[in-house]
Design a protein around this ligand. Structure first.
Ligand code: TXA
Ligand code: MG
Length: 541
């Protein structure tokens, strides 16, 4: 590689030059010292670390650091991690190496671990994103440390991807994102860890993990005792919450494909994805998936999942995936890091197939729930009719029948069969009697329905809320219709007078109740509701 430092004296203006040439460097001693010289003179070099490739610049040079933000298209309030080659190089960057910091540094560094401390004055605002703290990391990868040592300055290095895209774990992905935008890229092979470092702040009362990584919570706690996990690590940041780590508020790791995580065991996941059309899967090695797919390690090996995840996300783009159903990782140990990245790549969309029912379908009488059921059945949903199950569970000889007789009188059983009219007369006599009936019937009905649930299942339940079955359903869909229309429909359907129909309608939940308690409301006012049903299915599946 031919290289002269003199070519690199004005890196910022070079960045602004669209014809900028990017050097592709090896890990030879000569190339590493060339890379160091570029960084020292204010240029940008992408280099391998054990986590992901980093895009390095002199952390103490405001202009050099600004060119990192420009090359990545990164918001300038998102601070950078300062990388050092030796533990001795940490002290000048921080106000104090606290006892906890010292314990972590001694126990782990060099490691895929970043420690945040109050910063010293030599750290420019551009590096700390305007914060009073600085993130410090000493990478394990020897090429990374050699580059930093060759630079002779602390090196600010975010992941070497275009902001928002998956972090690069192979040199080719750095080239895809950064060629022509940086001075040099070192090809150091594949990254061993595959997800970015664990970030922990020691600048708060209780040490708090801001980003999970290969150094797990348990490993850290074994050294410094109890640590917290920032709420944004596993959940979505609320609208008015501020991120402890600015990076958490931005869109992250997202390929072009739209990813949805499917929380299901192996068989349920396979059954689900293998019946999806025009879709791709992001699954584990051992999943039996028949649609086009990319794997990201085996189900039991979270380190392997971490190593392969970002590569898999990029491959999905390469094969032109648009809609991707990803198998949910578990969340313990290193898998917490995998989950944290994947849930962001999926923009927090999760289909929960661990709930017995995919859709709890409810609505007032006469709203036209039956038609919605037919439509869902035609789309392959398994429909469980709770009215039917309600009759089944009180069949001749059933234990429930005995229980009803004990509460409402032995004469409600005639020739072994339930006298429905008599039971209704007694159970609906007053509210406390109705409550007794429900307390016997509802749990038995739901229990039986859960036994029958299989794959994508709709619980067709007019009394979904009364039976308290909401939390057994992944999504709740209510069907409503204008009152007059409902009265018309039930008089025609049940052969009752308009007056009787009005009375029935009057005792039911109103539209506001359904709206407040459901994920989706279908308004079935006599027009075509296919569009509404399609929209719901597009959103939840
Ligand atoms: O593994 C890694 O850490 C890689 C390699 C290249 O070392 N680097 C990396 O940097 O992932 P980056 O910039 O992509 O992510 C740094 C994260 C961001 O989420 C940022 O908001 C957070 O660390 N961070 C940096 N300084 C911080 C500070 N002072 N306070 C809170 N969060 C900080
Ligand atoms: Mg990053």
């Amino acid at each position: 590689m031919h290289f002269t430092v003199s070519r690199y004296q004005n890196p910022v203006s070079r960045y602004q030059n669209p014809d900028m040439k990017t050097l592709l460097l090896s890990t030879s001693e000569q190339d590493i010292s060339a890379a160091g010289a570029i960084i020292r003179s204010g240029g940008l070099v992408a280099f391998p670390t054990e986590t992901v490739y980093g895009l390095g610049a002199n952390a103490l040079d405001e202009n050099a650091v600004k060119s990192i933000y420009a090359a990545k298209g990164r918001p300038s309030d998102n601070p950078l991690i300062v990388h050092v080659a030796k533990k001795e190089d940490i002290a000048p960057l921080v106000q104090e190496i606290t006892p906890q910091a010292k314990a972590l540094i001694d126990a782990f560094f060099p490691a895929p671990l970043t420690v945040i401390l109050p910063k010293s004055d030599i750290i420019p605002n551009a590096t700390s994103g305007g914060l009073g703290t600085v993130a410090i990391r000493m990478p394990q990868n020897e090429v990374a440390r050699a580059v930093i040592a060759a630079a002779g300055v602390p090196v600010a290095a975010p992941s070497a991807n275009t902001s928002g895209l998956p972090s690069p774990t192979k040199a080719k992905y750095v080239i895809d994102d950064m060629f022509g935008k940086v001075d040099a890229i070192i090809d150091g092979g594949d990254c061993a860890v595959g997800v970015e470092s664990t970030v922990i702040t020691l600048a708060t009362d209780t040490p708090t993990i801001l980003r999970p990584g290969a150094i797990t919570k348990e490993m850290i706690e074994s050294v410094i005792g109890k640590v917290e996990i920032a709420s944004a690590v596993l959940g979505e940041l609320g609208e008015n919450e501020t991120a402890a780590s600015p990076g958490m508020k931005y869109k992250h790791y997202a390929p072009k494909a739209e990813i949805v995580i499917v929380d299901a065991d192996k068989t349920a996941y396979e059954n689900f994805v293998n019946t999806r059309e025009n879709a791709f899967a992001l699954c584990f090695d051992d999943d039996n998936v028949t649609i086009p797919h990319i794997t990201y390690g085996s189900e039991s090996d979270d380190s392997e999942q971490a190593r392969e995840l970002f590569d898999a996300l990029r491959k999905l783009d390469e094969i032109g995936a648009r809609r991707v159903y990803a198998r949910m990782p578990h969340k313990d140990g290193v898998a917490m890091a995998v989950y944290n990245r994947l849930i962001r790549a999926a923009a927090f969309r999760v289909i929960d197939l661990k709930k017995p029912f995919t859709i709890g379908l409810t609505g007032a009488t006469g709203a036209g729930k039956g038609y919605v059921c037919e439509q869902l059945k035609a789309r392959g949903f398994n429909i469980i009719d709770t009215d039917k199950i309600a009759r089944e569970v009180v069949q001749k000889g059933s234990p429930l029948l005995t229980e009803l007789a004990a509460t409402f009188g032995g004469d409600i059983i005639k020739n072994g069969e339930l006298d429905r009219a008599l039971l209704a007369e007694r159970a609906f006599a007053d509210k406390s009697q109705t409550a007794k009936l429900n307390a016997i019937m509802h749990p038995a009905i739901i229990k039986r329905c859960i036994e029958l649930a299989d794959g994508l299942t709709v619980l067709d339940a007019p009394q979904l809320f009364e039976a308290n079955a909401q939390d057994k359903c992944y999504k709740i869909v209510a069907v409503t219709a204008p009152k007059e229309l409902r009265i018309k429909r039930i008089t025609a359907r049940d052969g009752i007078t308009a007056e009787q129909a009005k009375q029935r309608v009057a005792v039911q939940f109103d539209d506001e109740y359904y709206k407040a308690h459901s994920d989706f409301v279908i308004v079935n006012d006599g027009g075509d509701i296919t569009g509404q049903i399609n929209n719901i299915l597009d959103t939840i599946l």
